[in-house]
Write a protein of this length. Structure first.
Lengths: 366, 352
């Protein structure tokens, strides 16, 4: 975001050509911002995949990591040669970049699947979890942040802020384990692992839409029991992951509302006799939401990291769960491909979020 | 968290600077970071700061004196009475029970604080040096170095930090680790994630300070770039560091635990690590064995909570919009507290 801002700011310094109508300049500001922002994706993605390559190849080749010690040295050497890992590192790097441009992120060593295929298979599960978690985060963070700001520095505020810090302080896998223990094992309200029970899984496979997003699949079977089963499996993971992001939202809404409540126009409304409750509800509320849109972009990175841990905790068979399987199998080609692909997805999502933020808030356009 | 970092980078208001410039009479140690805030804070913010400092202090004491406090060693499986046994519930011999591997939970929780502290210190030192150095260089000289570094830092900043940490852990130790390489892997992973943040904060401060009159004066009297950078720019640009350092500490603990939880843990025979213990307790939870997961987890939560509370209060105290001021004439009157529009009464004077 800052790069875009810096560059846009630099451009803004250049004086407009004389004689050009003023309206035209302001009209194209958004377009120019969008173009600069879109072009910036290229260096970002390039840097990210380069970082991934450097880190992954810093210590050696993936074949030795995966099979070293299990194969005799001469066979190992042959495998390395076949895979092309004995060529100069620069050649390998250029080949890696070329493959990425063509959408080829490599083939896993352990089960010989293209990484893009792995992503397509498990991506839906992670997407579903992330959406549930975001719903929980919005539903908790935004209203509670508003309450904390309205009752600033009093009991409710202190309590809410401490719980926000607690949500942040608790690692998402510990929150998950606690939820599992209390609501899954002791109270028995929700299932503790998986995305659906076996019987309903088969029902969805045979009669459902098979989109991979289980809620849609379950609805398409037309059986309420299946929908309920899918939802009840999602409750605990969604809360565990949602609390993490919800805590961030709470703090953000609170800080933003407190500063908007002190701005001139709120002060003006206050002096006109607008009730304090109405000030909070309408005047300070909407501008305080704008920074949240910009921060969601960064939250997506946090959410993805959290998803890896949450999925491992709840055996939610998504990208994160699969990533850990590959890590444990020492299949670093798979890890490299998945991380590179995820980094690109994050860069693209950040772009979309920045575009939305620019559309919502004219100040971002310059 | 990210929001806070954004707010550090915004240039401080003139009032904030004025507050920093006002001479603080009294002994020199009153002006040390935390001590100064402890003396100037009031009310809720002071409570948060003190609670945070107390928890953090306890964590450091546990880490330093672990050999004296812990009843057993982290990898001890037996004592004079024979094997401890696996998954034993809490008892007088094992106050917090034993793990599935037959270790004493209490001892591993205490020894784990030492591993966490080591990771924090290593991560802090590494990212502080690198981040400050690069930020100073980039902000002071500008030009293409600056542009390149900013683009790289922004790209890495948007990267999911845990994924980056996983890659760094693979790069350093290939995934298997003992105490030294495990802590180092965690520290380097955290460094990779945090250097861009230090870099951004320091760079934006340096860019601001560079245009001040006193830098120009120094240049006019013929000071070298190196001297201006270290003596004039650096000294003035590190004000915001204590805040971001506390964030870094808690992030370090969470990353270390996260890596441990994903199987990059330090082997239980080399050192105790909370994340690894939680990883091993996933199965226990399903069968209702609670003590193996709850205690290491609580240790993480408390430590991060303590450090975050310190950071939160420092952040609030540094931001004039959020700082609670000591009202003129001592305590705030009860009437003002009870008034439904306390925001209204405090806000204008603080935000102006």
């Amino acid at each position: 975001m800052t790069i875009a801002n810096d560059l846009a700011a630099d451009d803004a310094v250049v004086p407009a050509p004389a004689g050009e109508p003023r309206e035209k300049k302001t009209g194209s500001a958004l377009g120019r911002y969008l173009v600069i922002r879109a072009l910036l994706i290229i260096p970002t993605v390039f840097i990210l995949v380069t970082v991934v390559f450097i880190l992954m190849r810093a210590t050696g080749d993936p074949i030795t990591a995966a099979l070293g010690g299990r194969l005799p040295p001469d066979q190992l050497k042959q495998r390395i040669h076949l895979a092309g890992y004995d060529r100069p590192i620069l050649v390998q790097y250029l080949e890696y970049l070329g493959n990425i441009v063509r959408g080829n992120f490599g083939t896993t060593i352990s089960d010989h699947l293209p990484v893009t295929h792995v992503l397509a298979t498990y991506g839906a599960a992670t997407l579903e979890l992330a959406i549930y978690a975001l719903i929980v985060a919005f539903a908790l963070g935004i209203p509670l942040g508003r309450i904390a700001a309205a009752r600033r520095d009093r009991g409710a505020d202190a309590g809410l802020r401490i719980s926000a810090v607690l949500f942040y302080a608790a690692p998402v896998f510990f929150t998950g384990l606690l939820l599992k223990l209390i609501f899954g094992v002791w109270l028995g309200w929700f299932p503790t692992s998986g995305r659906a029970s076996t019987r309903d899984l088969i029902l969805m496979k045979t009669q459902g839409a098979n989109t991979g997003i289980y809620l849609i699949d379950a609805i398409s079977t037309g059986k309420w029991s299946v929908v309920l089963d899918v939802l009840s499996h999602a409750v605990l993971p969604a809360i565990a992951l949602g609390l993490l992001t919800g805590g961030v939202f709470l703090r953000l809404v609170r800080t933003n509302m407190i500063s908007t409540l002190g701005t001139g126009y709120v002060e003006a409304a206050r002096s006109r006799g607008v009730a304090e409750r109405r000030l909070v509800r309408t005047h300070a509320w909407r501008p305080a939401l704008v920074p949240i849109i910009t921060v969601i972009g960064l939250q997506i990175a946090l959410l993805l990291g959290g998803a890896v841990l949450t999925e491992t905790t709840f055996e939610w068979k998504g990208l994160g769960f699969q990533l850990v399987q590959y890590i444990n199998a020492r299949d670093f080609v798979a890890v490299q491909g998945m991380v590179a692909l995820l980094a690109i997805i994050v860069a693209l999502t950040n772009f979309i979020v920045d575009v939305i933020a620019a559309l919502v808030d004219p100040r971002i356009r310059y | 968290m990210t929001a806070d970092i954004e707010s550090f980078t915004t240039p401080p208001s003139p009032e904030d600077l004025a507050a920093d410039l006002t001479p603080d009479h009294g002994p020199r140690w009153h002006r040390l970071p935390i001590v100064k805030q402890l003396r100037t804070s009031v009310g809720l913010q002071r409570g948060m700061l003190i609670t945070g400092l107390a928890i953090t202090g306890m964590f450091i004491i546990l880490a330093v004196f672990a050999p004296l406090i812990a009843p057993y060693s982290w990898a001890q499986l037996r004592d004079a009475n024979g094997l401890f046994g696996s998954q034993q519930p809490p008892s007088s011999a094992h106050l917090l029970g034993t793990t599935v591997g037959g270790y004493d939970v209490l001892s591993r929780v205490i020894w784990g604080s030492r591993t966490a502290l080591l990771a924090i210190v290593a991560a802090l030192v590494l990212s502080l040096f690198l981040g400050v150095f690069l930020g100073l260089l980039s902000g002071y000289f500008g030009g293409w170095i600056d542009r390149t570094l900013v683009v790289v830092a922004d790209a890495i900043y948007a990267f999911p930090s845990l994924l980056l940490a996983i890659l760094a852990a693979i790069a350093i130790s290939g995934g298997q680790s003992n105490l030294k390489s495990g802590v180092l892997a965690a520290a380097v992973s955290i460094t990779v994630v945090f250097v861009p943040q230090y870099f951004r904060v320091i760079r934006s401060e340096v860019v601001r300070i560079k245009s001040e009159a006193f830098i120009e004066s120094a240049r006019v009297i013929g000071s070298s770039s190196a001297r201006i950078m270290t003596r004039h720019v650096l000294r003035n640009s590190i004000r915001t560091l204590p805040l971001i350092m506390t964030l870094n500490c808690s992030e370090a603990i969470l990353t270390l635990a996260g890596l441990g939880f994903l199987g990059f843990g330090i082997e239980p025979s080399s050192a105790a690590e909370w994340g690894y213990d939680l990883f091993k307790s996933i199965e226990d939870v399903t069968s209702g064995i609670w003590w193996t997961s709850v205690f290491p987890g609580l240790a993480i939560v408390l430590t991060v909570l303590g450090i975050t509370l310190v950071g939160e209060s420092l952040n609030d105290l540094a931001d004039p919009r959020l700082r609670i001021r000591r009202a003129a004439g001592g305590k705030r009157s009860k009437q003002a507290l009870d008034a439904t529009n306390s925001v209204q009464t405090n806000q204008p004077e603080e935000a102006r």
